[in-house]
Design a binder for this molecule. Structure first.
Ligand code: HXD
Ligand code: FE
Length: 261
């Protein structure tokens, strides 16, 4: 029997008008927060090849926990799914299984990008990261552990992948950044960025379609607010990470570090 609140998309996947009005409002509301990530000065300076080397390396290192854990966030969401529990669950199952495999390669590409940029890889993999930058990965872990499939996918597959598609496209929109790398290492260094910089990347839209299919045409106000807050929080934690690296250098190491005993 067909549920009258079931969402079945008829318009194009990658157009906001194809989704219910509450979704359109949510997307517009969150776009302000997304822009603060996409337009961030760190990415402007990266695109214009004038980002200070130490900040560049610190960013690549600080972004690693999320890259490392991203397939694990998806695995946590996969655990919430039971086959045949509805169209949203079946779509999410396919999406997550397929994309966990894709993210396997992305971790390798990030490590290559960091290597070509002169990052100390052992330190990146094993060092303690700044609290301001760890909060993004901790938030993602928390939301995937404790919230519903729809809310957790909104925070990660929609919000983080969506903003990332746009900031990486910005950095790749000119050759200036790519040209900082020697010709031999350039393709390797740029692979992660290039893969995420496809303007036609369907992944965040596929995630949005799944989220709307899961909650239906008329979710409660509470559900809408939960989704909206999860998306905006991811954007805000991304911004916090970026702000941290753009602070004047003396502050970067000024705080006392926890000693490992
Ligand atoms: C951004 C820093 C401020 C972290 C970026 C996280 C991007 C995650 C993208 C996702 O596809 C995982 C991956 O490894 O490619
Ligand atoms: Fe990726």
């Amino acid at each position: 029997m067909k549920d009258q609140h079931q969402f079945v998309r008829t318009g194009p996947l990658m157009e906001v008008a194809s989704y219910p009005e509450w979704t359109q409002e949510m997307v517009h509301y969150c776009d302000r927060f997304k822009s603060e990530v996409v337009e961030h000065d760190l990415f402007t300076q990266m695109k214009e090849a004038r980002l200070e080397h130490s900040i560049h390396k610190a960013f690549l290192s600080g972004g690693w926990p999320v890259i490392d854990q991203f397939p694990q966030y998806m695995a946590m969401n996969l655990l919430k799914i039971r086959y045949g529990q509805g169209e949203g669950h079946d779509m999410a199952r396919r999406y997550l299984i397929r994309n966990i495999r894709v993210e396997q390669n992305h971790a390798d590409h990030w490590v290559n990008w960091a290597t070509e940029s002169g990052v100390d890889i052992q330190a990146m993999l094993h060092n303690q990261h700044a609290l301001e930058t760890l909060s993004l990965s901790q938030w993602c872990w928390q939301v995937c552990d404790r919230e519903s499939l729809a809310v957790a996918m909104a925070a990660t597959n929609y919000a983080i992948e969506g903003a990332t598609g746009e900031w990486s496209a910005r950095v790749c929109s000119e050759d200036r950044y790519a040209n900082l790398f020697d010709e031999e290492g350039r393709a390797k260094a740029m692979k992660w960025l290039k893969l995420h910089a496809k303007y036609d990347d369907a992944h965040p839209w596929e995630a949005l379609e799944i989220i709307v299919t899961l909650v239906g045409l008329q979710p409660s106000q509470e559900t809408i607010i939960k989704l909206r807050n999860a998306i905006c929080k991811s954007h805000q934690f991304m911004r916090l990470l970026l702000d941290h690296y753009m602070r004047p250098l003396p502050q970067l190491g000024a705080r006392p570090q926890l000693a490992l005993v």
